[in-house]
Design a protein around this ligand. Structure first.
Ligand SMILES: C=C(O[C@H]1C=CC=C(C(=O)O)[C@@H]1O)C(=O)O
Length: 404
C-alpha cells in the first residue's frame, strides 16, 4: 500500500466556476505538479450536522486516495465527543480522473440561520438555453432508441448562472437548505486560483454508500416528479411516478449497476425488486434501499467508492458511451456537481452522498446544476420541467423566486 505523500494544502489549480468557459478538467498529478497553496485553512465546512473550520487539505484522485495509507492524515482525536472527531471529510468531482480533496476539521458551533432576502437582484445566464437542452434530450433519446453503442441511459444536466448585486453567504444558503429533513445539506470550500474560495453548496437526497464495519448501504435515486402543494394532487403524482414505466426503466439501470459493482465485495447483498417512493420538500423520487455485508470488514470505503462512482444515477449506462454523450452535449464542466462528498474514519468506515441539488457560489455569483436521466421514452418538455423543479430548492434558498 502506498504511503500518503500528497499532503498539499489545497492543490487544485485548473478549476474554474464552469460558466460558459471552455470545459476544464484538471488532470495534474499531485506528485509531479504540486500546486500553489490555496489557503483553505480557517474556511467553514458543513455536512449535515457536522460544522467546523478546515485545518488541513489533502488533494488527489479518488483512486489515489483509495490505495493510500491515510492513517497519518486522519485526526487522532478519539477522546473528543464531537461527531466529527477522528474523521476526514471530503469531496470528489464527477470525473473520477480529476482530483478531489480530503479535509481535516476543527469543530465549531453552527452559526444561527438568517432568512434569505425575498428578492435578490440578479441577472441569469442559461447553459445551454432551455431549447438547446431540449434538443440534446431529443438527440440522446434518439440514439438510445437506435441502439447506438448499446446506449441505455444518459443523465444530461443543465446549468443556471446567477450574477447577484449583493454578495451571497454560502453557509447561510446551506443552513436554509437544511430545513428540509429529507436531505443532507453541505457547504464545502473549493481551492482555486483566486484568493477567495469558491463554495460548493447544496442539499442532496441521495446516499451513494455508507459503511460501518462489514455493513454497507446504498440508496440510489432515479425517476423524479415535482411535489404539489395540494395534498391529494401530490399523492397522485407520487403514485403515477411509482407506476411509470419510463421512470422504472431509468431507475432499474442504476440498481443493477450498483448490484453488479458491489456483488464481488459482498458476502450477502439485499436488493429489493421494486423501488419505493422517496421525497424531499420539493421532489418525489424512485429510490431503492440496498444493504449488504462485506466479505472483508476492513475494505476501505474509498475503494468501494472508486468502483461505484459515477453511477448511472448521474452518468448513464454503459458508462463510457454515456460519458461521451455528456461531453458532447453539455456546454459546461460539471466539476464537483454529480460527484461525491462525505466522510471517512480510521476504521475504514464512512458515509458518502451524491453531490446533487447544488450550486458553486463565489461572492456575487451562483452556478446551479440539475440533471435528468434520459432513456428512449424521454420527452424534452418533461425533462426541462424536471430539471426546473430540481432547481427549486436552491433558488428559494438563494432568495431567487421568479418563475423560470
Ligand atoms: C442528476 C440529478 O438527479 C439524479 C437523482 C435523482 C433523480 C434523478 C432523475 O430522476 O433523473 C437523477 O438520477 C440531479 O438532481 O441533478
Amino acid at each position: 500500500m502506498q504511503v500518503l505523500n500528497i499532503d498539499i494544502e489545497g492543490a487544485q489549480t485548473a478549476s474554474s466556476a464552469g460558466r460558459s468557459a471552455p470545459k476544464t478538467h484538471p488532470k495534474t498529478h499531485p506528485e509531479t505538479h504540486p500546486a500553489p497553496e490555496a489557503g483553505l485553512s480557517g474556511c467553514a465546512f458543513l455536512l449535515g450536522q457536522d460544522f467546523g473550520e478546515i485545518t488541513k487539505t489533502y488533494t488527489a484522485t479518488l483512486a489515489q486516495f483509495a490505495t493510500c495509507d491515510l492513517t497519518q492524515a486522519i485526526p487522532d482525536d478519539g477522546h473528543e465527543t464531537a461527531p466529527q472527531a477522528g474523521r476526514l471529510f471530503g469531496v470528489f468531482p464527477f470525473d473520477r480522473t480529476d482530483q478531489g480533496h480530503l479535509y481535516r476539521l476543527s469543530p465549531k458551533a453552527t452559526p444561527a440561520q438568517v432568512a434569505a432576502d425575498e428578492a435578490v437582484s440578479h441577472s441569469l445566464t442559461r447553459l445551454p438555453e432551455t431549447q438547446g437542452f431540449g434538443a440534446s434530450v431529443d438527440a440522446v433519446a434518439q440514439k438510445i432508441n437506435a441502439g447506438d453503442g448499446g446506449l441505455k441511459k444518459v443523465v444530461l444536466a443543465r446549468s443556471l448562472v446567477y450574477d447577484t448585486d449583493a454578495p451571497i453567504d454560502p453557509v447561510q444558503v446551506a443552513l436554509r437548505l437544511s430545513a428540509d429533513r429529507h436531505v443532507t445539506s453541505y457547504c464545502v470550500p473549493l481551492p482555486g486560483e483566486s484568493a477567495a474560495p469558491r463554495w460548493l453548496v447544496g442539499a442532496t437526497p441521495e446516499l451513494l454508500l455508507s459503511k460501518q464495519g462489514a455493513a454497507i448501504r446504498s440508496h440510489p435515486l432515479a425517476g423524479s416528479a415535482r411535489r404539489q402543494s395540494d395534498a391529494s394532487a401530490d399523492a397522485a403524482v407520487g403514485q403515477a411516478l411509482l407506476t411509470s414505466e419510463k421512470d422504472n426503466i431509468e431507475h432499474r439501470v442504476v440498481v443493477e449497476y450498483i448490484h453488479d459493482v458491489l456483488t464481488p465485495y459482498c458476502r450477502s447483498l439485499k436488493v429489493p425488486d421494486q423501488p419505493q417512493l422517496d421525497r424531499t420538500a420539493t421532489m418525489w423520487h424512485l429510490g431503492t434501499a440496498i444493504s449488504g455485508v462485506l466479505k472483508e470488514a476492513d475494505t476501505p470505503v474509498l475503494a468501494l467508492l472508486r468502483d461505484l462512482h459515477p453511477t448511472p444515477a448521474v452518468a448513464g449506462f454503459p458508462l463510457a458511451a454515456a460519458l461521451a454523450q455528456i461531453d458532447a452535449q453539455e456546454p459546461f464542466a460539471r466539476d464537483f456537481y454529480a460527484g461525491t462528498l462525505g466522510w471517512l474514519d480510521g476504521d475504514n468506515n464512512g458515509a458518502w452522498h451524491v453531490t446533487l441539488r447544488c450550486a458553486v457560489i463565489a461572492q456575487h455569483s451562483a452556478q446551479l446544476f440539475a440533471g435528468a436521466g434520459i432513456v428512449g421514452a424521454s420527452k424534452a418538455a418533461d425533462e426541462i420541467a424536471e430539471t426546473r423543479a430540481k432547481f427549486g430548492a436552491m433558488r428559494l434558498a438563494l432568495g431567487i423566486c421568479e418563475r423560470l
